[in-house]
Design a protein around this ligand. Structure first.
Ligand SMILES: C[S@@+](CC[C@H](N)C(=O)[O-])C[C@H]1O[C@@H](n2cnc3c(N)ncnc32)[C@H](O)[C@@H]1O
Length: 449
């Protein structure tokens, strides 16, 4: 939906939607709402994360609020950008993450006690171990869980070619030696392995899911030793440089947010935080776009043995915010918000087009989850403190779900003051939607407790 912004005396371009101030921040936010900007930045570069914002976004918030927070909350840690940047600024940040892979990634990035000498010792053990050819590697290290992980006679497509999988298993075996000596470095090496998995596989991240690359059968010619080389060059290159810097910057008094990053479902785990303690929240929950993080990060979850069977996968999906249709729920009662009900009614008119009967339930459940979260925020936050909430609107069958406006209603009902909605970017819609809705607003909602 296009809006006519009007220039105010302060120079801001703004308008009003659902009674809330909508300010055009597309200039200020155009590059910093994407992780891309941090692809070559110290530590952030260890693993490229598509669904995150940049450290510059965090810095911009800290430079505009008129107090230094004592305790920040990030309910959806993802790649750990918020708690890591807070740590770099000497600010405590408690964070939560339900995915064992994202949790591992966040905590590995937040550790500030790596030492170059130890790192090099362990790296040499890995390099030496990989020199030795192991013909029986699959007896020493089992193939990860999953029906399509490697080739078999029943499959037309598989995630990893056999030689590549053997290279990965060699690396896993080498890491398991380090694990017995020092789990901290083993986890660091696991993240380095995770960072090469997509490139090694026959897949690419295709929005909501993983898809097979064009001509992957011919084009993926990587060998077992290529995998070793790619892995070692990561460890000898950017990881090593960053470990040097971490050691140089280490100060005994500088606390790490590592121990404040909790693994689990924030909807229940948030009660670990004392009431009236948080004085800033910066976050970006999963968007209402039916994207299931357990699907998109399946390679990492499986290869790192973070999901070892189907039951564990279902269990994990049930713990995620309800922004996807992977889990079925009984009929859900929508929150009593007229704007939400209006969107749901418009969608109901398109019911015959639904590719999944759980879409309505997903939308209702998403806002119920956010409502629960805002209720907890109210208890955990001190008075007159800020929330920066990054969301995006979504569209199903030509009906736009005005997520940011609905979130404002939820927050207000829970006792927050909505300062403004900042339009951050226009996100392109999928090809099915684009005829009716060209783009969707991604925004940052600024609220006060
Ligand atoms: C959009 S990403 C967060 C991005 C993060 N701000 C960053 O810049 O890296 C959302 C994250 O929420 C996590 N998540 C989903 N449901 C959750 C839940 N119930 N509790 C905690 N984390 C959850 C997902 O695994 C995902 O990593």
């Amino acid at each position: 939906m296009l809006h006519d912004f009007v220039q105010t005396t302060s120079g801001d371009m703004e308008t009003t939607i659902s009674g809330y101030k909508l300010v055009d921040y597309t200039e200020q936010y155009k590059s910093i709402m994407q992780f891309n900007k941090n692809k070559k930045v110290h530590i952030h570069q260890w693993y490229p994360f598509v669904e995150g914002y940049s450290k510059e976004f965090i810095e911009s918030i800290l430079s505009e609020i008129d107090y230094k927070p004592e305790l920040v909350l990030e309910p959806f840690s993802g790649s750990g950008t918020t708690p890591l940047e807070m740590q770099n600024m000497g600010i405590k940040c408690v964070s939560f993450e339900v995915s064992p892979f994202m949790h591992l990634l966040s905590t590995v990035k937040m550790r500030n006690d790596y030492k170059l000498k130890e790192y090099n010792q362990y790296l040499n053990i890995i390099i030496n171990d990989l020199k030795e050819y192991k013909s029986n590697i699959r007896d020493l290290m089992p193939i990860p869980f999953g029906r399509t992980v490697v080739q078999n006679e029943k499959l037309k497509k598989w995630n990893f070619n056999d030689d590549i999988m053997d290279g990965i298993l060699d690396i896993k075996l080498a890491i398991s030696i380090i694990d017995k000596k020092d789990n901290k470095y083993a986890n660091l090496f696991r993240i380095a392995l995770a960072s090469i998995l997509l490139e090694a596989s026959n897949l690419f991240r295709n929005g909501k899911c993983l898809s097979y690359r064009k001509n992957w059968q011919i084009n993926n010619t990587l060998s077992r030793s290529d995998i070793h080389l790619i892995f070692i060059s990561k460890l000898e290159g950017l990881f090593l440089e960053d470990i040097k810097l971490i050691e140089e910057n280490f100060k005994n008094d500088l606390s790490s947010n590592y121990e404040l990053c909790f693994f689990g479902d924030v909807r229940s785990e948030i009660d670990r935080i004392p009431d009236d303690s948080v004085d800033l929240i910066i976050t970006s929950p999963p968007y209402l776009n039916s994207r299931d993080y357990t699907d998109i990060y399946m390679l990492e979850l499986k290869v790192l043995d973070l999901v070892k069977n189907y039951n564990e996968l279902i269990y994990l999906r049930k713990k995620t915010l309800r922004s996807h249709v992977q889990i079925k729920y009984e009929n859900i009662e929508a929150l009593d918000i007229p704007l939400l009900k209006d969107c749901l009614n418009k969608l109901l008119e398109k019911e015959e087009l639904f590719w999944n009967s759980d879409i309505l339930n997903m939308i209702k459940a998403y806002f119920i989850d956010l409502n629960q979260l805002f209720s907890s925020f109210k208890t955990k936050m001190k008075k007159n403190k800020f929330i920066y909430f990054n969301v995006a609107n979504s569209a199903y069958f030509g009906v736009e779900i005005l997520v940011d406006e609905i979130v404002c209603h939820i927050a207000e009902k829970q006792g927050f003051e909505v300062i403004e909605i900042r339009k951050a970017r226009n996100l392109k819609t999928s090809s099915q939607q684009s005829k009716q809705i060209e783009s969707l607003r991604e925004s940052v909602i600024v609220m006060k407790s």
